[in-house]
Design a protein around this ligand. Sequence first.
Ligand code: PLP
Length: 379
Amino acid sequence: MKLATKYIHAGTEPDPSTGAIMTPIYQTSTYVQEAPGVNKGFEYARSQNPTRKALEDAYAQIENGKFGLAFSSGVAATDAVIKLLSPGDEVIAANDMYGGTYRMFTKIFAKYNIIFTYINTSDTDTVRKAVSAKTKLIWIETPTNPLMNITDIAAVSAIAKKAGALLCVDNTFASPYLQNPLDLGADIVMHSATKYLGGHSDVIQGCLVMNDATLREQLYFIQKSCGAVPGPMDCFLVLRGIKTLHIRMQRHCENGEKVAQFLRAHPKVGKVYWCGFEDHPGYQVAKQQMRGFGGMMSFTLKDDSIETAKRVLSSTKIFALAESLGGVESLINHPASMTHASIPREERLKNGLTDSLIRLSVGIEDVDDLTADLAAAIG
Ligand SMILES: *Cc1c(COP(=O)(O)O)cnc(C)c1O
């Protein structure tokens, strides 16, 4: 089935009791049983909910996986993956990733004696050298947030398999429309569905997708035992968002390319980080493992002062100054003080995340209005 057809029909069947074409919002906490232990597969809504089930099936289908699990946020999905581990286990993680993931690893799980090693996962040799007998999980993002670095998923997956470790890919930036990590050998795909999957900046949610039935049982056990499940209304919103993922992503990609080229040609702009440039170090790998390059990018100004960056950040009229990404509307963000403020400054600078870096989530408005807005703000 082609992507457009899959996204529109994923997970949804006409409702068996009424024929409603849209999956109803089953706003219930419990289900009446015919006799003790005799039920229709639904007992208590922390464990099962029909709206959530439709969405979990959709998640599995759009990531070419067998099983999907929905969580109350992206970080709750990440939390569930780390709870597979035991004290003393080691995680190899990317040194350039979502600030909230770094915060959870360093501030929450390190004290339970899970060992986190941060490396540049774009360099496959560095990953190979970093794995040890203790490595139980490799955690990567590609493209990374906010520097748009690319990691070769198939190569890292081969390293993980050899080491007997799981590979989990945070696929939030690419979305399933541009990249399917399970097809490249990953064990788990994680999404912040808050971003492109929901697509309308109106819901917080996360998900995990996997192929292995044992892994699904372990993660489902964590989901129901720890209880970070999304409500049915939020599941409905993401189900609706997924139906237009393909057309939104096509426009994000088209607009992204035009905005990246506009910025690169601008005399006051310094470096532009976008993985669709042929001279981007990860371009060849990106071209191989992605269907397009998306609408996320970062840039610096030639006048590399914080003041100038802040002036640009506060001057755009269409690009709204806000955290988050992946919605239909364009957003502008200052990673050093906003999304990545939880990473210590020295760590940020080591990885190239300077104080003046500006990140864009290019939306699906008319691209001429977007470039005019940036031109006016940059001045
Ligand atoms: C937003 C985001 C998360 C966290 O997801 P929430 O839904 O905000 O909990 C994780 N990874 C990436 C890449 C993100 O952009």
